[in-house]
Design a protein around this ligand. Structure first.
Ligand code: NAD
Length: 324
């Protein structure tokens, strides 16, 4: 029997890549989103354009007993979307409704296994003040103090999923993604994250030119290429491990270092003009002890390899956009 999967958020960055990966594995895949993927046709066997804030739509989408359900739909974006404060009500309202509805429908339709994409943004700000030594081990999520409403909604929804596992026997898997990047992600719509934004700025400017960078650029992060994110997601989904687990890279860099790596790939040297902007925590890196212990696997691809695949895609978008 051909296995079946439902991908919620299949019109988005990670969801559209996940559909492709599941198709390569031989699944029959239904995708659902508010929109079709922006950059390439969906490979889903069936794609429904539907608003998952509406429980009737969720019931229509979950009309059969899928082997695997992946819930990635959320109202989200990079620092320019999440940390300005302007989108807080939408983020909390929209994403919480999607999770409340989808989870309950999956339980009532006897779905056996559901994956939920949480975020490193759930970790407390007080452990991420030192850019050289941030703490993100899974148990350090509590006492909770995320620095954004996006993080609070993710934490609430993690707990929601785990209650359905405890009280209703639904098999739930929760990943805390750390800054996923790659081709076919947002690059200029206001929701792009640092790797895409810096690739775009460096692609747009001439050698020796200047680009703006938010903050002093000494804030640290790690970035995970989308293919490794999917590898971790599928391994977690099919494992016996229940608790939330980090899926991220351990290769921590400052934003200035990230820009330097992209410049090397682009073959350009540009000046960084540091300006005030929304920043998030001072430092963050993925702690991969638990994933290694529970799944016997962790991401290993060097950041520069993922950027070498992403920069040419963004450069091509920049050039096509200029022509338009
Ligand atoms: P994305 O914005 O590209 O994809 C999310 C998709 O959800 C979008 O296509 C959007 O249209 C869809 N959506 C939003 N509201 C909807 C609704 N009411 N009904 C149906 N669909 C709706 O984001 P992404 O980067 O692909 O992230 C996927 C998931 O992973 C999200 O839950 C996100 O919070 C989580 N995550 C991502 C990252 C990252 O770095 N990309 C990091 C941590 C967590």
């Amino acid at each position: 029997m051909q296995k079946t999967a439902l991908v919620c958020g299949a019109g988005g960055f990670i969801g559209s890549h996940l559909v492709n990966r599941l198709k390569r594995e031989g699944f029959w895949v239904r995708g659902v989103d508010l929109k079709f993927p922006q950059f390439a046709p969906t490979q889903a066997d069936d794609f429904l354009v539907a608003d998952l804030r509406d429980p009737a739509n969720c019931r229509a989408v979950v009309d059969r007993c899928f082997d695997e359900v992946y819930q990635l739909a959320a109202d989200m974006g990079g620092a320019g979307f999440v940390f300005t404060g302007e989108n807080d009500a939408d983020i909390m309202h929209n994403s919480a409704l999607i999770n409340l509805n989808m989870l309950d429908v999956c339980y009532k339709r006897n779905i056996k296994r559901i994956f939920y994409s949480s975020s490193a943004c759930i970790y407390p700000e007080y452990n991420q003040l030192n850019p050289d030594d941030p703490k993100t081990s899974e148990e350090s999520a509590y006492p909770a103090a995320p620095d954004s409403e996006y993080g609070w909604e993710k934490l609430f929804s993690e707990r929601l999923y785990l209650t359905y596992q405890r009280n209703h026997g639904l098999t739930v898997r929760v990943a805390r993604y750390h800054n996923i990047f790659g081709p076919e992600g947002s690059w200029r719509d206001g929701r792009e994250k640092a790797p895409a934004a810096l690739c775009r700025k460096i692609a747009e400017v001439a050698d020796g030119g200047t680009i703006d960078v938010w903050g002093d650029g000494k804030q640290t992060r790690s970035f995970l290429y989308v293919d490794e994110c999917l590898e971790g997601t599928l391994r977690l989904m099919r494992s016996d491990w229940t608790g939330p687990v980090n899926i991220g890279s351990e290769e921590m860099v400052s934003i200035n270092q990230l820009a330097q790596i992209i410049m090397e790939i682009a073959g350009k040297q540009v000046n960084l003009n540091h300006i005030p902007g929304p920043l998030g925590v001072r430092g963050r890196n993925s702690d991969n002890h638990l994933i290694m212990q529970k799944l016997g696997w962790k991401p290993t691809e060097p950041l520069k390899d993922g950027l070498a695949k992403t920069y040419p895609w963004i450069k091509a978008q920049v050039e096509a956009f200029k022509k338009k």
